[in-house]
Design a protein around this ligand. Sequence first.
Ligand code: PMT
Length: 409
Amino acid sequence: MSLKNKKILIVIGGGISAYKSLDLIRLLKKNSVEVKTILTKSGKEFVTPLSISTLTKNKTFEDIFDKDDEASIDHITLSRWADLIIVLPTTANFMTKLTLGKAEDLATTVLLASNKDILLVPAMNVRMWLHKATQRNLKILLDFGYNFIGPEKGEMACGEYGEGKMSSPRQIYSYLKNYFDQKNLVKNKNFKALVTTGPTREYLDPVRYISNESSGKQGYEVALALNKLGIKTKLIAGPSNFISSKDLKIKKIVSAKEMMDEVKKSLPVDIAVCAAAVSDFKPINKSKNKIKKNISNINNIPLKKNPDILDYLSKNNKSRPKIVVGFSAETENIIENSKIKIKEKYCDLIIANDVSKKDSGFNSEYNQVSIIDKKGKIKIIPKNKKSYIANTIARIILDKLLMNDKNIN
Ligand code: PMT
């Protein structure tokens, strides 16, 4: 698969590495990519509209209020035209503008209005890159869903050495090739996923139930992230506030039994992610009427075990999803206990989270997790927004799925 006929919009930022945009454009044009460009005011200090247009064979856009083009092009049209947008070089200042959601010129307005994937290619002095402000911005931008390539380690234009050097046009080209190859593969394979999320409720009587603090947010974000990667995903959610959208189908359930039934109905799928905090037990009997507070035996509520959905999925010989991912909520010996779960429950990955922490895990915007594979290899994702954690998990799942598929075919 080549990049032929792909449409790429390049925003040229204000840094010395802007000159490398010309090499990238040449490389892309040689491979029949259609390229349009926006030259920022500071980018114009380093490269000229004439040199860019000569290579792209297209007008170089500069101004948000361009009288010549008012009728034919605006910031929305430009961003909808592209298959992918690249910002090259992405300076520290430009990263700040993006974190603030500025729309002060054509470049920032196009990016804010974009519904496409955006690739940022940072280039700056090593101190600027490692500064807490830039690193904080990096986290925010990753959470917004921006993709990054680089910066690389090396000697910079300022003469200093370190992380901050812009990736080369060749590296960017390889990234783009992989990116479009993977997108194409996912589209052709028509992958499907199911994600369980939220708590379950096990009723004792019409008004009282056994449940937990899960909000469903972590699983919801995983479902969105898988969808964004082009995988058709169904979310099976316990009581929560999420509603279905055009992009994400959500099936609401209440009890563990209903969740299990819905999971069974959703098979076969290629990926199953169990992020739900399923109640392990349920009352053996549900009283038809509200239990009176003066009943004689208040110390005895007979319970029985709920079915284990994750276990069912991983050990299902007939239609086992190619990748089964469990979550593990622990308050002590997180890694050891989670390693036991991955073995017992037969899953391919387990996402261990410490649910004893304040402002992380259950019912929080944040989480911190360790992703453990069957061989015991661990990847730690420090505390971050659940959306960021979900994007990382989704990427790892997709890579694993594609690797699996490659080995089978
Ligand atoms: O919902 P949030 O507020 O966003 O919080 C997220 C979370 C902390 C709930 C989530 O990240 C998480 O850890 N989910 C799993 C919670 C849990 O039930 O963990 P567990 O260690 O008890 O269960 C292990 C695995 O078995 C889980 O994948 C669980 O979904 C699954 N399981 C458990 C019991 C059961 N009857 N059926 C199951 O499928």
